[in-house]
Design a protein around this ligand. Structure first.
Ligand code: URA
Length: 329
């Protein structure tokens, strides 16, 4: 039960990281959650904080202007967690709680990584250069030191001549098992999106900011990489972009954008999605991470990510059929 609660806390933090500004839970689920926490408190002493009235308050069912999911399921009493409020920074010292096993926000965490790697890409064809880079990444002692037994680094895959580079955050459990980016639930959706664009995984490129899965100590859940972790891996992504030279990067979610555009704690994916940014000379389309869409599968959100893909198709000159134009309208 405690593990499940910790996973729930992790998940809420991850959702926040991805741009959610609130979550809705049914009154029944809320009551069950409260009961579970109270039970844990009784069993485990005060190390788990009770759900305070100020952190989860039953509110009127009217959707807030900032709520992402504007379609509350029938029969629910939306509950908004306090992560809708701006957090004070720097993070103040506080009593340890059950949430302490998760890392502090990226800006405050230090993991003692060495300086990011510096290297030169040898001359050769794009295919040869990517093969060289892959070897270098897969044998990077810092990257490999972050692997659990039997798990793999995830370099990226796709066409060396790709016009579109989809950039995610970091491998998850499925990806570190297979050594391939976006093969889990989020990956299945990304693959469907790519296919709906009339493309295939072989004709585009898929990579991540991180080449290893940020450690969570288990197969469950994911955590966003720290700034230091991202900084260490960025030269590898830069080299991939340098070799492939895509026409466009699709930045999938807030963490990918932090890596590509620079860390900005104020940037909200819900505000910036659909906008063009620049990474060096390459245009970056900001859009939702597919896992956000999986969790918040309203037609409104699907249409938004699809509109972002239509903008990408237009920018790289992919013809858009009337059928494609009308998806999710
Ligand atoms: N999420 C990501 O950001 N990247 C992956 O490769 C898989 C899931």
């Amino acid at each position: 039960m405690r593990k499940a609660l910790n996973r729930l806390i992790d998940e809420l933090h991850r959702l926040k990281e991805q741009g959610y500004e609130g979550v809705e839970v049914s009154a029944r689920a809320f009551a069950q959650l409260k009961e579970a926490v109270e039970h844990q408190l009784a069993q485990a002493g005060p190390s788990i904080a009770p759900i305070p009235a100020s952190s989860a308050t039953v509110v009127d069912p009217a959707p807030s202007p900032t709520a992402v999911n504007r379609e509350p399921p029938a029969q629910t009493h939306p509950v908004r967690s306090t992560f809708a409020q701006p957090e004070p920074r720097p993070v103040p010292a506080r009593e340890p709680s059950a949430a302490d096993h998760r890392p502090p926000p990226p800006a405050t965490q230090s993991s003692n990584l060495p300086a990011p790697p510096v290297f030169e890409i040898p001359a050769g064809s794009k295919t040869e250069q990517l093969a060289w880079l892959k070897d270098r990444v897969l044998s990077c002692p810092v990257c490999t030191s972050h692997l659990r037994p039997g798990k793999q680094l995830v370099f990226g895959e796709g066409s060396p001549d790709a016009a579109i580079f989809f950039c995610g955050e970091a491998p998850g459990a499925d990806e570190e098992t297979q050594g391939i980016p976006f093969v889990g639930e989020a990956g299945k959706l990304l693959t469907r999106i790519i296919q709906a664009m009339g493309l295939s995984r072989e004709t585009i490129y898929i990579g991540n900011i991180m080449k290893w899965r940020p450690e969570t100590g288990s197969d469950y859940g994911n955590r966003p990489p720290t700034l230091e972790e991202m900084a260490f891996c960025m030269p590898y992504l830069e080299a991939q972009l340098e070799i492939i030279r895509p026409q466009v990067i699709v930045g999938l979610g807030a963490t990918a954008l932090n890596g590509l555009l620079g860390y900005d704690p104020e940037r909200r994916i819900t505000s910036v999605r659909g906008q063009w940014f620049q990474h060096g000379s390459i245009p970056v389309m900001a859009t939702f991470h597919p896992s956000y869409v999986n969790r918040n599968g309203t037609n409104r959100i699907k249409r938004m990510i699809w509109e972002d893909m239509l903008a990408v198709m237009e920018r790289v000159g992919i013809p858009i059929s009337p059928k494609q134009q009308a998806y999710f309208t």
